[in-house]
Design a protein around this ligand. Structure first.
Ligand code: SF4
Length: 318
């Protein structure tokens, strides 16, 4: 039998200070932003009236701008950029309502004016873990210095190695590898790897580069369909499944939810609904269930929680 709500309060009163507490249908989730420690007390049943309402994670596309032109890019090409003050206000709301972390992306977030100040403001005004995804070519040692202390994790895109990378991303691979030395000084980092017919053969080499550079995670992103491209094909999906089955790299191997079908995954928070786990705000300020969705709710002066309420009332995918 699960402990009652009284027990939930009893647990909460013994939680060490410094840990963020999130109460949901999955139980009581404790999170330490400094270390990334997660503890789920899933034997504690929380009264639905007390569930935190913000999703556990939110991703925010700060800008649609990017100086690369990857053929499989799904970021909208419409020119759009968010306002940093609004973003901080939204994140304070989500923080107050139980969100644990934000991931900044784009486009390329390093092209967002005042990106370093934004990360610093979020770090000082909220208890959220801050991560961002970057192609890496705009990071300098100086920028990395400034970001240290405000960011808990960095995701660097590296689809293929050597000539494959250079053909797809149009930038020297050696430059990217050099940048990883600087990224390592900011925070723990991971590699994002779009898997398609052109990159799947580079998986072994890419993991080797990632391990050598000190990455702690390797995120597989099976290519998703866009208006221009069909996404990962069946033959490549099969090769990916075989690669995952046959390889046990010495770093954390993860996969995007979109594209995880057929792969062995471990879901630590099975009790959560998708709409309780994650939401996305695009560079036009539209809240959606994921960055792949075309429909959402524009965030107005009532704020992000109000937009979330409207999105939930509309129902939809999550
Ligand atoms: S780096 Fe990212 S945002 Fe830029 S074009 Fe490539 S996939 Fe798109």
């Amino acid at each position: 039998m699960r402990p009652s709500i009284d027990s939930a309060h009893a647990y909460a009163s013994r939680i060490p200070s410094g840990l963020k507490v999130r109460r949901t249908r999955a139980g009581v989730h404790l999170f330490d932003v400094a270390t990334g420690l997660n503890i789920l007390l899933d034997e504690v049943a929380v009264d639905p009236q007390e569930w935190d309402q913000a999703p556990r994670q939110v991703s925010i596309a700060l800008t649609n701008s990017c100086d690369l032109a990857c053929p499989y890019c799904y970021a909208p090409k419409l020119k759009a950029r968010l306002d940093a003050t609004r973003v901080v206000g939204w994140l304070r709301e989500f923080d107050d309502n139980g969100c644990l972390g934000v991931g900044f992306g784009g486009g390329e977030p390093m092209l967002f004016p005042g990106f370093v100040s934004l990360c610093s403001a979020v770090a000082s005004q909220t208890g959220l873990a801050v991560t961002f995804t970057t192609h890496g070519h705009r990071l300098t040692a100086g920028l990395c210095d400034e970001l240290r202390g405000s960011v808990q994790f960095v995701r660097v895109s590296m689809d293929g190695v050597g000539a494959t990378y250079e053909r797809l991303r149009g930038r020297p691979f050696a430059t990217l590898v050099d940048r990883l030395d600087d990224v390592r000084q900011v925070a723990p980092f991971g590699i994002n790897f779009v898997v398609n017919a052109e990159t799947v053969g580079d998986l072994d080499d890419a993991v080797e580069v990632a391990v050598k550079a000190g990455a702690s995670e390797f995120l597989l992103l099976p290519e998703q369909p866009t208006m221009q491209r069909a996404g990962i094909d069946e033959v490549t999906s099969t090769r990916l499944r075989e690669w995952v089955r046959d390889n046990h790299p010495p770093l954390r191997l993860t996969v995007s939810t979109a594209g995880a079908d057929g792969l062995p995954v471990c879901l630590p928070l099975t009790g959560e609904l998708p709409s309780e786990a994650y939401a996305h705000v695009d560079a036009q300020g539209v809240l959606k269930w994921s960055s792949y969705d075309s429909e959402g709710v524009a965030v107005d002066d009532d704020g992000l929680m109000a937009a979330l309420q409207v999105l939930r009332e509309r129902g939809g995918t999550a």
